[in-house]
Design a protein around this ligand. Structure first.
Ligand SMILES: Cc1cc2nc3c(=O)[nH]c(=O)nc-3n(C[C@H](O)[C@H](O)[C@H](O)COP(=O)(O)O)c2cc1C
Length: 247
């Protein structure tokens, strides 16, 4: 998708005054336009993991486009983005995924469905693709990024075996999932994060194996059904002292 932000999320070069994004969002955001702490908490309290979506309600195009962009803007370790976000629109495929998700109907009834996938066997070629992108966005020669390349290869790729790299890549996709869930809540869109599915079956149904990808987690998005009893359930969370440690 061609985004309104024509470059990626890399930081500007040291000393550069170039805006980070074409839209220069950072510069134009003033405290007046930021969401208040109370409003943020209201949005996060409003959200819950939807069990029943209203199959008649669709996310409009511009809202969906912003949600896709929130995924593309997600941070990742080393900026390496070892993922592909698979948006499944085909109703026949969505129906097939229900049984591979233990009968969970969210994958069929939600307006949109994202299957997060991690690149299998992430390696030198992927790092090089990233380095070429950094060079293009920053307008610097690839050769000048040899140090960065060495760091990414040594620190992330070379330091892990194949299973370790796959686990690392999967962790990055969960970060993107968190960004998507929070972004959706801010836009008044409901979401259902889902681990309850058989990755191997999803990989087969979606043809991911041929693409060197594997499904890690799923997120259905749309609007809650008025009859979803979970909408009224209280939030179950441990108390502050149980989840925070101040050192
Ligand atoms: C990564 C992840 C996977 C989840 N998988 C499922 C799932 O397969 N089915 C389901 O009904 N809920 C699933 N949930 C929802 C959680 O059970 C839910 O987020 C949690 O109980 C907290 O409730 P709340 O999100 O409604 O506040 C998942 C949540 C996360 C973050």
């Amino acid at each position: 998708m061609q985004s309104p932000h024509s470059c990626n999320a890399e930081a500007a070069l040291p000393g550069s005054v170039a805006p980070r994004y074409a839209g220069d969002l950072m510069k134009t955001t003033t405290p007046d336009t930021l969401i208040s702490p109370a409003d943020l908490l209201e949005r996060l309290d409003w959200r819950y993991a939807v069990k029943q979506f209203d199959p008649t309600r669709r996310i409009d195009e511009s809202t969906w486009s912003a949600l896709e962009e929130s995924l593309r803007l997600s941070p990742s370790s080393g900026g390496l983005q070892p993922w592909k976000f698979v948006v499944v629109a085909d109703p026949t495929v969505r129906e097939k995924l229900v049984s591979a998700a233990f009968g969970q109907t969210q994958v069929r009834d939600a307006s949109h469905l994202v299957v997060f996938t991690a690149k299998k066997d992430f390696g030198a070629a992927d790092v090089d693709a990233h380095i070429r992108n950094v060079a293009a966005v920053k307008g610097v020669p690839v050769e000048s990024l040899a140090g960065l390349r060495g760091m990414l290869m040594g620190g992330i790729v070379g330091a892990k075996d194949s299973a370790g790299r796959e686990a690392w890549a999967a962790r990055q996709t969960y970060l993107a999932l968190g960004v998507l869930i929070a972004s959706a809540a801010l836009l008044g869109v409901d979401a259902a994060p889902m681990e309850g599915f058989v990755p191997d079956q999803f990989d087969t149904i979606l043809g991911l194996k041929e693409l060197g990808l594997t499904a890690t987690v799923v997120c259905a998005l749309g609007y809650r059904s008025e009859t979803d009893p979970y909408a009224l359930a209280p939030k179950v969370r441990f108390g502050y002292d149980q989840v925070f440690l101040h050192v």
